[in-house]
Design a protein around this ligand. Structure first.
Ligand SMILES: O=C(O)CCC(=O)C(=O)O
Ligand SMILES: [Fe+2]
Length: 329
């Protein structure tokens, strides 16, 4: 078996079955993975899950800032062909949407965005014709530059979950953790200054029209838990930034490249990334658009009261986007 460059947490057969059986029951009871009643049922359902499962889904506990949960087994035939666009996925792989929601609910509160993929709580990441060279999950022919998910927004996820449905060509997700980097103190100091803004990415058409002024944000932050990062160079305009800051920003990019790992997800793998510690991306590949392309499902999770963000984020406008939560808290 090939080795994985990320810590792997294995679910044994009994625990994996418990998780998918519970997801199947929820789906049968509510009829659709996008049912608001199903989302509202998650907090009660999670309390019924075993201690073994909760243990496997404990918070990220190494400086890597990520782990791979392995042991789920989607049936490639049952899934049907990989859709060519997120909007045509419908209920395909709905069992895995619910499974991912349960995993998310054990870690925090799943969130969604009005302005992305119709407000769905589980996104489908598939290569799409016409989007090959974008900096979004629908791209293929270009390197998806390492980024913090939804870096433009103060309500962004604390955890990002990527569940692999299909990946015949073993196309790698990249991940680089800020706590593995080695930067000079002077560079750290530069990057803790709010110098450049981070603009909404191309997955957010509405937010890109927002008339408010983009506010500069710090790239690095010394939280009580240790160093955290908010980084998306593809959407960070450098106009108006000073040379000393730009040098430090460039060296952070080099350090992240040095410590970056390439994780080829296997069907059923759930990559859990701490979005405060780790930036992720994807290597380029050639999409076939014949139903056999790579297909991931993605969930975003908030962990309330986490002290990993600067307090000044409370005052940000978030480019008019609001995060929706899976249930009222
Ligand atoms: O395709 C991947 O491995 C990651 C894509 C991505 O950045 C995302 O889904 O947020
Ligand atoms: Fe991403």
């Amino acid at each position: 078996m090939p080795t994985c460059p990320a810590p792997v947490r294995r679910l044994d057969t009994a625990t994996a079955t418990e998780l998918t059986d519970t997801a199947a029951e929820l789906l049968a009871r509510h009829g659709s993975a996008t049912s608001p009643d199903l989302l509202a049922d998650l907090p009660a359902t999670r309390t019924r899950l075993s201690a073994e499962l909760r243990h496997a889904l404990r918070p990220v506990d190494t400086a890597d800032g990520l782990f791979v949960l392995r042991g789920l087994r989607p049936d490639d035939t049952e899934l049907g062909p990989t859709p060519g666009h997120w909007s045509t996925v419908g209920d395909a792989g709905a069992l895995w949407d619910v499974t991912l929601l349960l995993v998310s609910a054990l870690m925090g509160t799943p969130i969604a965005w009005d302005g992305q993929q119709d407000g769905r709580f589980v996104h489908n990441i598939v290569p799409s014709p016409g989007h090959e060279s974008e900096q979004t999950g629908a791209s293929s022919s270009v390197l998806l530059t390492p980024h913090t998910e939804d870096a433009f927004h103060p309500g962004r996820a604390h955890l990002l979950l990527l569940c692999c449905m299909r990946n015949h060509d073993r196309i790698a997700t990249t991940a680089a953790g800020v706590r593995l980097t080695a930067l000079a103190q002077a560079d750290l100091d530069q990057l803790k200054r709010p110098v450049a803004p981070i603009l909404p990415d191309d997955a957010y058409e509405q937010a890109q029209q927002f008339p408010g002024r983009p506010a500069p944000v710090p790239t690095l932050f010394d939280s009580p838990d240790g160093l955290t990062m908010r980084y998306d160079p593809a959407y960070t305009p450098l106009e108006g930034t000073d040379e000393a800051w730009r040098g430090a920003y460039e060296r952070l990019g080099e350090e992240l490249a040095r410590v970056s790992v390439a994780v080829s997800l296997e069907p059923g793998d759930v990559l859990v990334v701490d979005n405060d510690l780790v930036v992720h991306g994807r290597v380029p590949f050639r999409a076939r658009y014949d139903g056999t392309d790579r297909w991931l499902k993605r969930a975003s999770v908030r962990v309330e009261d986490r002290p990993t963000r600067p307090l000044a984020e409370h005052d940000e406008h978030g480019y008019g986007q609001a995060a929706l939560t899976a249930w009222a808290s």
